[in-house]
Design a protein around this ligand. Structure first.
Ligand SMILES: [Zn+2]
Length: 78
């Protein structure tokens, strides 16, 4: 029979939860800084002026409001 002291079990669970929360905070900040540094994932439709978030890093984005195909990436207004 396995016997574990409750205080050790509670301390282990709290430690795991703290590690999970810190990992989430670090992952969230890393993701947000990478999005801001690239700056190409937030798009504005030139037809209906809706600002939307492009989840995929592709050359073509679809406006969620008017369903227009928009060219993203470098040189899009050249
Ligand atoms: Zn649009």
């Amino acid at each position: 029979m396995i016997t574990i002291a409750l205080d050790i079990l509670a301390a282990g669970l709290i430690f795991i939860m703290i590690l999970f929360v810190l990992g989430e905070i670090f992952f969230y900040n890393y993701q947000e800084s990478s999005v801001i540094s690239r700056g190409t994932l937030i798009q504005q439709c030139p037809f209906c002026l809706v600002i939307f978030y492009c989840f995929r890093d592709t050359q073509i984005a679809v406006c969620p409001h008017c369903q227009s195909y928009l060219e993203t990436g470098e040189g899009k207004y050249a």
